[in-house]
Design a protein around this ligand. Structure first.
Ligand SMILES: CC(C)(COP(=O)(O)OP(=O)(O)OC[C@H]1O[C@@H](n2cnc3c(N)ncnc32)[C@H](O)[C@@H]1OP(=O)(O)O)[C@@H](O)C(=O)NCCC(=O)NCCS
Length: 233
């Protein structure tokens, strides 16, 4: 039982930051806060390698073996925006993102300064193949947001050898500023955390710096500038 191991519970620096951000906690003693919530939990269930403690609108995930508090967040069913339904799955869902990915590629094409030719010739098949290779090397998650039967946003995430990556994120223009990307990001980051990532990174195309403010909300800040040789010069 999780309650009998309460004194052994701990978390990582990254875990504490994630939990504080997910729940907008003011306390710095995230472990103590989680212990209190676990002790007063409405329900604690074991699923696979993790315990899940449900207390009100919060769920806390604890690795049963190491007793590490992996993450805590507002319950998915409560944070989903009305009218939008979320579907999470593996690489078999990739084809569903094709039309949205094409819109993202068009944005990159329009905004790119030096690599317009790359985006002009980039195809969904090529992108899908890269993502399938990532799935073979590690694991891949596809998260989709639907308005009825219409896919309106997606996020693809992967974990390979402890490196988590948010590979791609897009929300249809008319559905923006409704919290859909936030829901997708939170779900993707929870999934990355529970799949053993020790580091999380993502890439932003040059020209698309407008998105940096969004990612900064999740603690992603620019670290390196990757240069690539333009192949046709
Ligand atoms: C970036 C993007 C995914 C955000 O989607 P969204 O569903 O509108 O985002 P949300 O509604 O969840 O926004 C959450 C918060 O981030 C803020 N935000 C959204 N885009 C932002 C930006 N570019 N800069 C700063 N803050 C931003 C929102 O205002 C909102 O703040 P609030 O909670 O205080 O209201 C969307 O604009 C998009 O698809 N852009 C084009 C594709 C793209 O650039 N993808 C990233 C490729 S690397």
């Amino acid at each position: 039982m999780l309650e009998s191991d309460i004194e052994k519970l701990h978390t990582t620096e990254l875990g504490a930051l994630r939990i504080k951000k997910n729940l907008a906690l003011e306390t710095d003693d995230v472990v103590e806060w989680c212990k209190r919530k676990i002790c007063g939990a409405d329900e604690i269930i074991r699923q696979g390698k993790n315990w899940y403690a449900y207390n009100g609108d919060v769920v806390i995930t604890v690795n049963a073996l190491s007793k590490t508090i992996i993450t805590a967040h507002v319950r998915k069913e409560l944070r989903s925006k009305p009218g939008i339904r979320y579907i999470d799955g593996n690489e078999e869902l990739l084809d569903r993102i094709a039309p949205l990915w094409a819109e993202l590629n068009a944005i990159h094409h329009a905004k790119s300064v030096h690599f317009k030719a790359h985006y002009a010739g980039f195809t969904f098949e090529a992108r899908k193949n890269t993502l399938l290779k990532a799935a073979e090397k590690g694991c891949l998650r596809v998260l989709l947001a639907y308005d009825n039967e219409l896919p309106v946003g997606y996020c693809v995430a992967s974990v390979i050898d402890g490196l988590g990556e948010v590979d791609s994120l897009f929300v249809s223009e008319t559905y923006r500023k409704k919290g859909i990307a936030s829901s997708l990001m939170e779900r993707a980051l929870d999934w990355i955390d529970t799949n053993g990532a020790v580091k999380i990174a993502l890439k932003v195309s040059v020209g698309n710096e407008a998105v940096l403010g969004f990612y900064a909300r999740y603690g992603f800040l620019p670290r390196l500038i990757e240069l690539q040789r333009v192949s046709d010069t």
